[in-house]
Design a protein around this ligand. Structure first.
Ligand code: GAR
Length: 325
């Protein structure tokens, strides 16, 4: 599952050529405690070399040539195969196709690519020749989230490769590939594990909490929290809780309007809410963050509600007024 679960993330790898990055992902996935498994290797090129290796290793494969059909038709066929294989993520590894917008949108945040340059430098093709021609000291590779704009999504990880005085595009490409084989498995593992990573969850939460008016961060009983009002006399509207008191949850504690509401939430949606020790007694509910399918808009709604519960009237009034425009 994508987020929160302890089971392995299921990835479909799309290739067009030799598939050495796919092979690096494959062998990484077979190491102890791997975060992902490959459920499908799919290609737009019938005889792609990587397919042979995938089959030899007992992986499911799929091919669908893009020739003579529209981009949408090709993407639909590849996507259907990934869905059929039960993929949570699509990982592009030398898949040399521009993707249709609908396909990219449906997999938003669940599709990664590796690109052989230090993005944002040298999007597109011929990256090595361009780096050499520009006199760069380093080339490299980047793993990024796929968005509708080519090679422009959020960069998750990069590796630098020094350019030698006598490098050709080919000699440089060969060394960058070695670096890529280290980079990609690590970046994919980190990405699919984010839903269980307290640092990642806290960073997202912090961004949302501090976007609310007149808020600041403050530690309380050893845990970070967020207050509204002045630094001197502000009031807490959220606490971050990381597996406190033996609990398995990573959560944000927010204020409900009553104990009845808190108990109803916990009873009807135990996969989402729990009554935390200590804070629960005064109406704070735990919204679990390390769970599958976490929706950050939902977290944001709770932060806003909780902020309103404790914010001084002058701020909530201002906020209401701003909402009207
Ligand atoms: C890799 O170097 C990858 O970065 C590049 O294709 C190569 C595939 O090699 N990808 C792109 O250029 C995407 N724009 P592989 O088939 O041996 O993994």
């Amino acid at each position: 599952m994508p987020d929160g679960s302890q089971s392995k993330a299921r990835i479909a790898v799309f290739i067009s050529g030799t598939g050495t990055n796919m092979a690096a992902l494959l062998y990484a996935s077979r190491l102890k405690d791997a975060a992902f498994e490959i459920v499908l290797v799919a290609s737009n090129v019938e005889g792609a070399e990587g397919l042979t290796l995938a089959r030899t290793e007992g992986l499911a494969t799929f091919t669908h040539s893009h020739k003579g059909i529209t981009r949408e038709e090709q993407d639909a066929a590849m996507e259907a195969a990934a869905v059929e294989a039960g993929a949570d993520y699509i990982v592009l590894a030398g898949y040399m196709r521009i993707l249709s917008q609908g396909f990219v949108e449906r997999w938003e945040g669940r599709m990664l690519n590796i690109h052989p340059s230090l993005l944002p430098k040298y999007k597109g093709l011929n990256t090595f020749a361009r780096a050499i021609e520009s006199g760069d000291s380093h080339a490299g590779s980047s793993v990024h989230i796929v968005t509708h704009e080519l090679d422009a999504g959020e960069v998750l990880a990069q590796v630098k490769v020094a350019i030698a005085a006598d490098d050709t595009a080919e000699s440089l490409a060969a060394r960058v590939k070695i670096a890529e084989h280290q980079l990609y498995p690590r970046a994919v593992a980190d990405y699919v594990s984010r839903g269980n990573d307290p640092d990642h969850l806290y960073a997202r939460l912090r961004e949302l909490a501090l976007a609310l008016p007149e808020t600041h961060e403050k530690t309380s009983h050893g845990s970070p929290g967020f207050r509204v009002g002045t630094v001197k006399s502000g009031k807490f509207f959220a606490h971050f809780s990381q597996m406190h008191h033996g609990s398995q949850h990573i959560a944000v504690l927010v204020k409900t309007s009553s104990m009845d509401e808190l108990l109803a939430l916990v009873e009807t949606q135990p996969e989402t809410y729990y009554k935390p020790d200590y804070y629960g007694a005064s109406g704070w509910v735990g919204v679990i963050l390390n769970r599958p399918g976490l929706d950050w808009d939902h977290v944001q709604d709770w932060l806003m509600r909780s902020w309103r519960e404790v914010a001084p009237a002058r701020l909530t009034k201002l906020h209401d007024a701003a909402d009207m425009f």
